[in-house]
Write a protein that binds this ligand. Structure first.
Ligand code: ARG
Length: 461
């Protein structure tokens, strides 16, 4: 068999060609082509470092940088041909550069290894993608606040155990989604902060022997600090695990929200009507309007959790330092970035066009059993130990259910038979509005509290 390893960065070591199935098995170009802009930015910074270190002349540096920019343009336009010998995006870019500027292209890899190069590319990529995710999360949060302000006077049952519990303002419910997302946003921001350490200079694992100033490279690539240990630098994929973990928690949140709205959109609840633009139909049942976007947000969360487990399992058994296993970080990472961005975008769009059905929500919340706690609170406020109050109201509830007589239809004398504490002022307590407005203070569902929450949020923007 003719030797076909001469195109390879490491070909001269070998006297036999790689089996084509091995080429296919080991390549990562089909995934990591997405890193080309970051790879080229890193290579330009490295070329500048080589120039400062006297390894490249000014003219050579200029030639290399122009060549890299041309390769980037080709990739931008998509007019490129990948060869089986192009193992990964780093190999491809170096090959193309050398085809353009000749053997000088081979000087670029001085003092650098693909091990520190790939760590750099991944960090540059993730830093950029986290910025996009942060932006998209804020858009979704703003959408929630817009709706919370618009729907400030609608109320609905709040649930525990998916059983009607107490009436709450719809705005309060919407701001609960906001708060979940706020924790997600800060988790992503933290992750972005922690990955802000520049890996280049770690070489294959032991550092580089050309005394290149890492600090200047870090400044050029806008990194706050340098990684501190070359072995750790090329072994570390914590920043990916951390990102996938933040993404998984975000997707748990979006999935819970989606699940809730799938229920709300059902005829059984009827709390919301989704815009036609965000639903699909059935090929057989003409009446169907299905909440597929919400279902897919819920479903795609599984992919993201899978990605987290994937990276944890890939790394858990690896001795220091770089191992080829690490190349398998690409697919879970890229897939998650795309899934998270799409899910956030779709939820933002869907939210802006949803219709809240006040009648249905308020009718469900007018079930007077939702005021049982308020009845007990009433007795407790008048001095009865809450446990006793709970017992008395428990009996009242039992009777109301047995006789199918809602509490708000009970004359005051009926209440007084169960406790002499009940007075005429009870009637002011027994409405959903009263129950809501009583729950003031920070974090409560009273209108004033919700308005204050909205103001507090808006002040931060
Ligand atoms: N494609 C590899 C990766 O994504 C980077 C190259 C390192 N390869 C190597 N043989 N040291 O992890």
């Amino acid at each position: 068999m003719a030797k076909t390893t001469e195109n390879k960065l490491w070909g001269e070591r070998f006297s036999e060609a790689t089996d084509p199935r091995v080429d296919q098995f080991t390549e990562s170009l089909s995934e990591d082509y997405r890193l080309f802009r970051h790879d080229i930015a890193g290579s330009i910074a490295h070329a500048n470092a080589l120039s400062r270190g006297g390894i490249l002349t000014a003219i050579e540096t200029k030639k290399i940088i122009c060549g890299l920019k041309e390769v980037e343009k080709e990739l931008e336009v998509g007019s490129v041909e990948f060869l089986t010998s192009d193992e990964d995006i780093h190999t491809y870019i170096e090959r193309r550069l050398t085809e353009k500027i000749g053997p000088l292209g081979g000087k670029l890899h001085t003092g650098r290894s693909r091990n520190d190069q790939v760590a750099l590319d991944l960090k540059l990529y993730l830093r950029e993608k986290i910025t996009e995710i942060l932006h998209q999360t804020v858009l979704l949060q703003k959408g929630l606040v817009v709706q919370a302000e618009k729907q400030i006077d609608i109320y609905l049952p709040g649930y525990t155990h998916l059983q009607r519990a107490q009436p709450v303002l719809l705005s309060h419910h919407l701001l609960a989604y906001y708060e979940m997302l706020e924790r997600d946003r800060t988790r992503f921001a933290d992750c972005q902060k922690r990955l802000n350490q520049m890996p280049l200079g770690a070489g294959a694992l032991a550092g580089n022997s050309f005394q290149l100033s890492r600090k200047v490279v870090a400044d050029e690539l806008r990194f706050k600090a340098l990684t501190a240990n070359s072995i750790d630098t090329v072994s570390d994929r914590d920043f990916i695990a951390e990102f996938l973990s933040a993404s998984s928690i975000l997707m748990v949140h979006l999935s819970r929200w989606a699940e809730e709205w799938i229920l709300w959109a059902s005829s059984e609840f009827g709390f919301i009507t989704l815009s036609d633009r965000f639903c699909t139909g059935s090929s057989i049942m003409p009446q169907k309007k299905n909440p597929d976007v919400l279902e897919l947000v819920r479903g795609k969360s599984g992919r993201v959790f899978g990605a987290l487990v994937n990276i944890l399992v890939i790394t858990k058994g690896l001795p220091f330092s770089y191992n080829r296993d690490l190349q398998e970080d690409k697919r879970p990472l890229f897939d998650t970035v795309e899934t998270v961005l799409e899910s956030l975008t779709l939820m933002t769009l869907l939210l802006s066009e949803v219709q809240f059905n006040r009648m249905k929500m308020e009718a469900a919340a007018s079930d007077s059993l939702l005021l049982a706690t308020d009845l007990a609170d009433y007795l407790a406020q008048k001095g009865l130990p809450f446990r006793e109050a709970h017992g008395i109201v428990g009996k009242i509830v039992q009777e109301a259910i047995a006789n199918q007589k809602p509490l708000h239809k009970w004359p005051i004398t009926e209440f007084q038979k169960r406790s002499r504490i009940f007075q005429n002022d009870l009637l002011n307590v027994l409405t959903p509005r009263a129950a809501i407005e009583k729950r003031g203070g920070v974090g409560g569902t009273a209108t004033a509290s919700v308005k204050a929450a909205i103001q507090r949020i808006k002040k931060q923007w």
